[in-house]
Ligand binder design. Structure first.
Ligand code: PHE
Length: 351
């Protein structure tokens, strides 16, 4: 073998040994990368050997090339193995930092909105009393929302509700009462329906929002009396607010009922005392001991006429209540805006 070739091959062997001696020197992947560049990089130690190879006589090149390749593969394999070790050590270290006894992070659980809860509860009681569900559109025409309910154009009662108009004859329903009309047009008596849903009014302050929820009730049959209305609503509010709840009916006015009444219940906050235990005035009933919860009355004969029911044959009662109001009383919520801000810290309490 020529001296030239011998020197070259020995050079490669000592390069491999030199690299092998680096074992354990790289403490991180970054340091290992530096070693890789030092030996295998474009200007690295192996590349320098290749320059020498290029200058060897042609007949020596095959063997020199074979050896150079061998050494390159050996060095690559070595560095790859060290990299594996570093990766494994890093994984083991991170595992050892994992403490299985640490309490986990609790995933958030959603809850029904208090208005939904109140609505469900009210409907459940009424369904228990024999009422069936009915629905109607939130975008309603003038006839269903007003005219058929005995509220003709120019009637001063229209001012009771600040209406949001879509067009001259189309409104966002101002109450759920139009569902009374739709139900009666759909079905002959006897009939007992409830209609929960959204209603809209041009009203926005501390105690009013442009959209809120109502539940309408309507019962029509032969010989339905005011006594039936009182009995039904008394049973209803007592199931909702507790059997000890006092109920009173106050004369009122609605164009679609005659006579009409508003129903008050003994204040849920102070138990009807009008004052708190420390003697201060109850803020929920403002000292009166009573809170209003719904409007009701006997269906006006004019309403029956507009749906083709014979007022000589049938009588009935209707009622409407505000769901947000019931939810505030039931859950002791002091501010209507809570329902619409949807702060999770508030909503979470109903989970
Ligand atoms: N529609 C009335 C309102 O929104 C409530 C009501 C319904 C009164 C049915 C009597 C009978 O104020």
């Amino acid at each position: 073998m020529s001296d030239e070739l011998k020197t070259f091959l020995e050079g490669l062997d000592s390069l491999a040994r030199e690299c092998e001696a680096c074992k354990g020197q790289a403490a991180s992947l970054k340091e290992l990368e530096e070693i890789r560049v030092e030996y295998l990089g474009r200007k690295g130690k192996l590349a320098q050997n290749m320059q020498t190879l290029a200058k060897l006589p042609n007949e020596l090149k095959p063997e020199a090339g074979r050896k150079a390749n061998e050494v390159k593969q050996a060095i690559t394999a070595m560095i790859d193995a060290w990299q594996d070790e570093l990766n494994k050590a890093a994984a083991a270290a991170s595992l050892s930092r994992f403490d299985p006894s640490m309490p986990g992070r609790k995933p958030g659980v959603g809850s029904l909105h208090p208005v939904t809860l109140a609505m469900d509860e009210i409907c459940e009681v009424l369904v228990g009393l024999g009422f069936e569900h009915a629905t109607g559109p939130e975008v309603e025409n003038d006839w269903h929302n007003f005219e058929a309910l005995n509220i003709p154009q120019e009637h001063p009662a229209r001012d009771m509700q600040d209406t949001l108009y879509v067009s001259e004859n189309i409104v966002l329903r101002t109450h759920t009462s139009p569902v009374q009309i739709r139900s009666m047009l759909n079905k002959k008596p006897p009939l007992a329906v409830i209609a929960p849903g959204k209603v809209y009014r041009r009203d926005s302050d501390l105690t009013h929002t442009p959209m809120f929820h109502q539940i309408e009730g309507l019962l029509v049959d032969r010989e339905v009396s005011m006594g039936d209305l009182r009995g039904t609503l008394t049973a209803f509010v007592r199931q909702l607010f507790g059997q000890k709840t006092d109920v009173r009916f106050r004369p009122s006015f609605f164009p679609f009922t005659e006579p009409s009444a508003e129903v008050d219940i003994s204040c849920v906050m102070c138990g009807g005392e009008g004052k708190n235990q420390d003697g201060s005035t109850c803020r929920v009933c403002k000292g009166t001991g009573w809170v209003e919860i719904l409007g009701c009355g006997m269906v006006d004969p004019n309403v029956f006429k507009s749906v083709g029911y014979d007022p000589e044959l049938y009588t009935g009662f209707a009622f409407g209540l505000g769901v947000e109001r019931v939810a505030m009383l039931k859950y002791g919520i002091g501010d209507l805006r809570m329902f619409f801000e949807n702060d999770v810290r508030f909503l979470e309490q109903f989970a």
